[in-house]
Write a protein that binds this ligand. Structure first.
Ligand code: ATP
Ligand code: MG
Length: 420
């Protein structure tokens, strides 16, 4: 062990476990690629102001969780705590929204950084795959995103998750509700911090996980009762599109995303095998965000799914994602000349798309066969002195244990035909 350890709240992805993370990212990305979403990548850090404005000054993310630093050049930057604001910044900067063809549909995959209290499913470095559809107000777009997330989870084999759905209204009806909620909250027995939150961002109080707070919230006014006709109609359309596609969801009138920019459709994917860190992903419509960061009006919708928690959800359901064995053929040379010949064969196999590996380090037969076993390879190629003299190589089927001598010049074709 070295003197150093991974920083608090972080962990390393190591093989073979790391293959699950790739499989999860791939499973989430596949339906997006198939639905008109293009890949976008933005820097891991941004001007701190982007998040302060884009995520919201009053959110936990900005007030407590952001990694902020000053560069040698005097810029104030922050490691990204989420990627929606970055994506919108990038789209506006490149004028993608002006190229016609709205909505701009993009997906991303990458690390996020939040200074949180580490616990199972809650880390300081984690990763998300996300999707954003920018510049269109259309209930079918909201439905599309929810359907695609549902499809990814189902493709991974997950079953014990639920979709919670709500509408947060818009700039017409939300302020009326906000005032009514504030009135209600003023009459409760709340601690100072929560009272302050009630002043700045009362909807976030609904999101408080503490049971003593939740108990007091029974009877709180619900946004659903305050929605204007346009928001009500929009929400009904999203719901019926989902129902028509057989996507089941639960109406959750208390579901809020505390960020100021969220409007109308809001949703969360929760998994019932994860304990208190149960949200595996979330998203919604953010019609106001573009204007908040200095852009034009661009109604948009998106989600971010947490890769780490999705892997935990797979474990909770006992699902092993389909991960093909990394190596199909493992070569075991005995002696210098055998080494050169098999190295050439391995290179040729790889060029032909066969996953192959090699016993490096001049191992003896026993250690080399152990390595072949560990690699998970279906076939081992063993080349010894006598084989060399006879111009053959021993092809061992690692499943049946059966061994056949195959001509050195035929071995690549033989393996290709056996592996299909
Ligand atoms: P929570 O309420 O659990 O803090 P959140 O509302 O902060 O979640 P979002 O910002 O909506 O989460 O991020 C979307 C997803 O990213 C979450 O559903 C979760 O899967 C994942 N995620 C968020 N924060 C963390 C974290 N600290 N560690 C691991 N995954 C996280
Ligand atoms: Mg959080």
């Amino acid at each position: 062990m070295s003197t150093f350890k991974a920083p608090k709240g972080t962990y390393d992805l190591l093989p073979p476990e790391s293959a699950k993370y790739l499989a999860v990212r791939e499973a989430i990305a596949a339906p997006l690629r198939n639905s008109g979403y293009g890949y976008i990548e933005t820097p891991g850090f941004e001007n701190v102001e982007l998040f302060a404005r884009g995520v919201g000054e009053s959110t936990d993310i900005v007030t407590k969780e952001m990694y902020v630093f000053e560069t040698r050049g005097g810029d104030r930057l922050a490691l990204r705590p989420e990627t929606t604001a970055s994506v919108l910044r990038a789209v506006l900067e490149a004028n993608l929204h002006k190229a016609g063809n709205l909505p701009v549909k993009v997906w991303y995959s990458g690390s996020q950084y939040r200074y949180e209290r580490p616990q199972k499913g809650r880390y300081r470095h984690f990763s998300q795959v996300g999707a954003e559809a920018i510049g269109a107000e259309d209930p079918a777009l909201d439905a599309e995103l929810i359907i695609l997330a549902d499809q990814s989870y189902r493709a991974l084999g997950l079953r014990n998750f639920r979709i919670l759905l709500n509408s947060l209204g818009d700039k017409e009806c939300r302020p009326v509700y906000r005032a009514a909620l504030q009135d209600f909250l003023h009459g409760l027995d709340l601690d100072e911090e929560t009272l302050r939150r009630a002043e700045i961002n009362p909807l976030r109080v609904l999101d408080d996980k503490r049971p003593e707070v939740q108990k007091q919230l029974t009877g709180a006014p619900l946004l659903g009762d305050y929605l204007c006709d346009a928001c009500k109609a929009y929400h009904e359309e999203v719901r019926s599109l989902l129902l028509a596609q057989g996507v089941t969801f639960e109406d959750d009138p208390k579901l809020v995303r505390g960020l100021d920019y969220y409007t109308r459709t809001t949703f969360e994917f929760v998994h019932d095998g994860l304990g208190s860190q149960s949200a595996v992903g979330g998203g919604g419509r953010y019609d106001g965000l573009s204007e908040m960061i200095g852009g034009p009006s661009l109604p948009s919708v998106g989600w971010a799914l947490g890769v780490d928690r999705t892997v935990l959800a797979l474990q909770a359901e006992g699902i092993e994602p389909d991960i093909p064995s990394a190596t199909s053929v493992f070569a075991v040379p005995l002696g210098e000349e055998a080494r050169r010949i098999l190295f050439a064969k391995v290179t040729e196999l790889r060029k032909n798309g066969v996953a192959a590996d090699f016993a490096y380090g001049g191992k003896g037969l026993k250690a080399a066969m152990k390595a072949a076993n560990r690699s998970g390879a279906r076939y081992a190629l063993v080349l010894g002195e006598r084989d060399l003299a006879e111009g053959v190589v021993q092809l061992k089927d690692m499943e049946s244990g059966e061994q056949t001598a195959v001509g050195v010049n035929e071995i690549v074709a033989e393996l290709e035909s056996r592996l299909g």
